[in-house]
Design a protein around this ligand. Sequence first.
Ligand code: ATP
Ligand code: MG
Length: 387
Amino acid sequence: MYRSPIARVGLIGGGQLGLMVAREAIALDIEISILDPHPFPPAARCAFRHIQGALDDPDAIRTLAENCDIISYEIETGDPGTLRRLRKPVEPSPATLEIIQDKLVQRRHLEGAGIPMPAFRELKTEDADETARILQDFGYPLVHKTRRGGYDGRGVAVINTPLPAGQNDPTPLPASPISWNGESYIEEAVSIRKELAVLVARSTDGEIRSYEPVEMHFDPSLNLVDAVIYPADIPPETVTVCRDTAMAAVAALSGAGIFAVELFYTDDHRVLVNEIAPRPHNSGHLTIEAAVTSQFQQHLRAITGLPLGDTTFHQPAVMRNILGGPVPGEPHYRGVDAVLSESEVSLHLYGKKETRPGRKMGHITATGADGWDKAHRSWRKISVNGV
Ligand SMILES: Nc1ncnc2c1ncn2[C@@H]1O[C@H](COP(=O)(O)OP(=O)(O)OP(=O)(O)O)[C@@H](O)[C@H]1O
Ligand SMILES: [Mg+2]
């Protein structure tokens, strides 16, 4: 038996992920409080309470926690130390957050659990000659990544050829926007056939369930997820390998919640883990329409100790992000009527008060047959502050 509300959840971050979690919370009589610095963040539209404060402000986090039974987050920038000191359950665990926040620590941790990944190596030195030697040793092409704070491809640079001769100022190198200051690492540039993602949920009692993989397509200029497609066009045995690999990766981390495991399916048919997000993820938006349990509801079930939901996809789907056009400022939507006139197309607008070029302002999910055509047709019609 449950008392009302079934649980009180404090969510650090109130962006679109928080909004979609909060919407599901209403259906389950879960009370959501959010912490977000903006006066009108997307999730505030559905949240029970909004605490306005910085995401890493210990006082604000304590205020959030006071009225909640469980703390979770929709963004990985929280301070694990502050979260540990709350003496309330934080899901996924602060230990997991700490591992995820440093991509090199994440690589090492997953390597220890035997998870297949691109080969990698720490870069500690600031000495240009030594750096050049290490890179030469490692072999080109390679990928240079910042350990912390990278997102949407910022903090990732592919380096195809050796550094220019005589290059003696390694911070930063012309070929890489990232400084070589000991906070970075290099990894094998894998030849990617498809980028995939698998959602994995783990409940407070340790049960693990995975979804089928989806394909992620990136906008090459913005480095953002541009389209997500279910089902992924991969052989059935690869689907199994993807799910098993993703579940093994999540099993190596502690805490309850939904995890998105980004995978590379390579030209030589390897399935490698790229990185893990310990939260709902852009690749899982289409679970709202296409799966029995959306990633957002699954996250709430997982962290509150409710039974996990069915992860089955019941129809094909294509999701496309709606990004802010060139003109920043107050959003003006064009093409809403046209999108809403399409059948089997769902429109999600996040209600952000300000748009910027490339900012995620909403998304479209088309379901059923010809999902790609319907999603693309709708996506071309809608714009936010386009020219
Ligand atoms: N080892 C690699 N080999 C080839 N391509 C890679 C490799 N690592 C990353 N990439 C490419 O760079 C993209 C961004 O990398 P990664 O996911 O590590 O960075 P990110 O900034 O955390 O991205 P996001 O926030 O979008 O998830 C990947 O989606 C992939 O296209
Ligand atoms: Mg990524």
